[in-house]
Design a protein around this ligand. Structure first.
Ligand code: F6R
Length: 357
């Protein structure tokens, strides 16, 4: 039930700190170390390459997960859109492990890939919010997101839960391979939970920014580099699906290769800047679009901020920044849709789980 909330989406955005704490609790054993199915650990250790298969928002979480698994566990990862993979299977490695990311566990496009890869004899792990779902039953292993029911069509808490579980999985796999890491995901997720709370406590601020940026616009651009590029793709999807504003997420450096032609006086451009190694270059991109009249908004991470930034995110571990940078994006989309009188929880033409290919 919605309780005092006007929409499920807003309730589910607010639940994210609790979901982080629930995940910490569920994936922590008595010695404060990671608790994870030994068979999953073995399957990850055995794999020479991981193929992440997902759709929509879950695909965007997979992009973030790739970085965790490659950087921490040193296993190569490919992330594929399910509907593309099914009709155009890439070359596979000798010992692949398929990881299906799906909030509902019912997405037909992902299931079609599972059926094909099972027929080839490859192992599969499903990361889902619904353990009894089709993708969970048909895969060899399941990791549960513990996000609680997600009712709003636009996915919010499932995305952050997917990223959190992928971080835990990556660290567990690294340890299984004897890689010594200083990164403790359970502890860092605790810091993330508090940071999320400070963000969900500032809703008026995001409502104001949404009004400034999106009140009358027909289009909007989101830019980022590195992991921020993955988050801006999710930001754009969220905005378009509930507010019907045409939105795209671009890699900052790619703008000059074509897209910058679309920038006019007043075009909204939202930049995420949470990564030190690209902080200067993404800010260069913001200047390029501002010089062409764009209405810019920079959301940066504490420690990397500039005086002119519209919003500064509380500091979290650099690998986990998507968990905080996405919250303002979810709230901006929510308020944009609200003020444009859109049906926030049930946007037109969309269903919560897509059970047709
Ligand atoms: C966007 C959204 C969709 C889903 C996609 C996959 O907010 O909800 O893009 O993420 O349809 O669904 P699941 O994760 O259930 O496989």
């Amino acid at each position: 039930e919605k309780g005092t909330y006007p929409h499920f989406m807003l309730k589910e955005i607010d639940e994210q700190p609790f979901v982080m704490r629930k995940i910490i609790q569920e994936y922590q054993d008595k010695n404060d170390t990671i608790k994870l199915d030994k068979d999953i650990r073995k399957a990850m250790k055995k794999a020479d390459r991981i193929y992440i298969i997902a759709a929509g928002t879950s695909y965007h979480a997979g992009l973030v997960g790739k970085q965790f698994i490659e950087r921490l566990a040193n296993i190569p990862v490919e992330v594929h859109i399910a509907s593309e993979f099914s009709y155009n299977m890439p070359m596979l490695s000798e010992k692949p492990l398929f990881v299906f990311i799906s909030q509902s566990g019912e997405t037909a496009d992902s299931r079609s890939v599972l059926v094909q890869t099972k027929a080839l004899g490859h192992p599969a792990l499903t990361i889902t919010n619904v353990p009894g779902s089709t993708l969970s039953r048909e895969a060899d292993y399941t990791l549960h997101l513990h996000a609680g029911p997600e009712i709003a069509v636009a996915s919010t808490k499932a995305y952050t839960a997917q990223i959190a579980v992928l971080a835990i999985l990556a660290v567990d796999s690294a340890r299984a391979k004897g890689i010594d890491l200083s990164f403790d995901p359970l502890q860092e997720l605790g810091i993330v939970a508090s940071a999320m709370e400070t963000l969900t406590d500032q809703k008026e601020e995001f409502e104001r920014i949404a009004q400034e940026m999106f009140e009358t616009t027909r289009n909007a651009f989101f830019i980022g580099r590195g992991v921020d590029y993955y988050v801006v793709q999710e930001a754009a999807l969220k905005l378009k699906e509930i507010s019907y504003i045409q939105a795209e997420g671009f890699a900052g450096g790619e703008l000059k290769h074509g897209t910058i032609a679309l920038i006019e006086e007043g075009t909204p451009v939202i930049a995420i800047a949470t990564q030190e190694n690209v902080n200067l270059s993404i800010r260069g991109n913001v200047q390029e679009v501002a010089a062409r009249g764009a209405n810019t908004c920079v959301v940066s991470l504490k420690g990397l901020e500039k005086d002119t930034d519209q919003f500064v995110l509380p500091e979290v571990h650099e690998l986990l920044t998507p968990l905080v940078s996405v919250i303002p994006m979810q709230l901006l989309s929510y308020y944009a849709a609200l003020h444009r009188d859109c049906d926030v929880d049930k946007p037109r033409n969309l269903a919560k789980s897509v059970t047709v290919e």
